[in-house]
Design a protein around this ligand. Structure first.
Ligand SMILES: Nc1ncnc2c1ncn2[C@@H]1O[C@H](COP(=O)(O)OP(=O)(O)O)[C@@H](O)[C@H]1O
Ligand SMILES: [Mg+2]
Length: 258
């Protein structure tokens, strides 16, 4: 039988945090699905529940209501087939760059020559070769994030979750990272879920951009980005690109965010 189910299916998902200082309805209800190989960009006001959505989707936080299936399997607990990168990189300063990238394999007792080669190749593809034996504190912010991405991809996860990974970087470094990530992503064919507060970054990297409302975050727009890949940075001057960024900006203006 032909499997027509989506790769990820989110149905009426909500998340409420119950804390000693009160109840926060952070997310939803939210429903959407996406296919294998897609890059889905998420934009929305600060505090609207984007990170919550990523954590719930990755099974790192329990949802309060709703259903999530990944490859037709119900998500109940952390998925082990995903790589995650957060805004603040979580590199261990006492380990070298290569040792940091190898960490996921080490935790599973899977370090061998093949995985070392994979780690080195990823670092090379991300433009960090030659720094394998350096300590993370010797690297710039942009390079540290590249090491984090290499680590997230080491075990060939079927999904990559990025939560504002470039927010702390300057504009030029960020542009460069966007080009590198696009190339890597096409090469690795990893399904990507990408949160950013930059509208241009979301449109540049994504096949589809989901726009979220204020908290509790719901989907207020879902835009197909049909611009062929690979895209160069100059695509940002093309009418199609400008039309999409304008459409997103209008949502933010209406919500009083911009
Ligand atoms: N662990 C938590 N406990 C209680 N409230 C939380 C927790 N994590 C996030 N929140 C609250 O949920 C809302 C959404 O947060 P978050 O998902 O981090 O938003 P975003 O990533 O869009 O900025 C915010 O009001 C935030 O304070
Ligand atoms: Mg966040």
């Amino acid at each position: 039988m032909l499997d027509t189910a989506s790769f990820v299916d989110v149905k009426s998902v909500e998340k409420t945090y119950f804390t000693p200082s009160g109840v926060v309805h952070a997310l939803g209800p939210i429903s959407f699905s996406f296919d294998r190989g897609q890059t889905v960009g998420i934009v929305g006001p600060s505090g609207c529940g984007k990170s919550t959505m990523l954590k719930v989707l990755a099974g790192l936080e329990d949802r309060t209501r709703g259903e999530i299936t990944v490859q037709s399997r119900n998500v109940n607990g952390p998925l082990d087939d995903v790589g995650v990168v957060f805004q603040k990189d979580l590199l261990l300063d006492w380990r070298t760059v290569l040792e940091n990238v190898l960490l996921p394999a080490e935790l599973r007792g899977r370090v061998d020559e093949k995985i070392r080669t994979r780690a080195r190749n990823l670092l090379e593809e991300l433009g960090v070769s030659g720094f394998e034996n350096n300590q993370p504190w010797e690297l710039s912010g942009g390079m540290r994030q590249r090491v984090s991405i290499a680590r997230a991809l080491l075990l060939k996860p079927s999904m990559l979750f990025l939560d504002e990974p470039f927010s702390a970087l300057d504009a030029l470094t960020r542009d460069k990272m966007n080009v590198i990530v696009q190339r890597l992503q096409m090469h690795e064919e990893v399904t990507t879920f990408f949160i950013t507060h930059s509208i241009a970054e979301a449109v540049f990297l994504s096949d589809r951009v989901i726009v979220m409302s204020d908290r509790p975050g719901r989907i207020i727009d879902d835009i197909e980005v049909g611009i062929p890949k690979p895209r160069t940075l100059s695509v940002r001057e093309e009418p199609e690109f400008i039309d999409i960024t304008r459409r997103i900006r209008i949502h933010f203006e209406k919500a009083g965010v911009l």
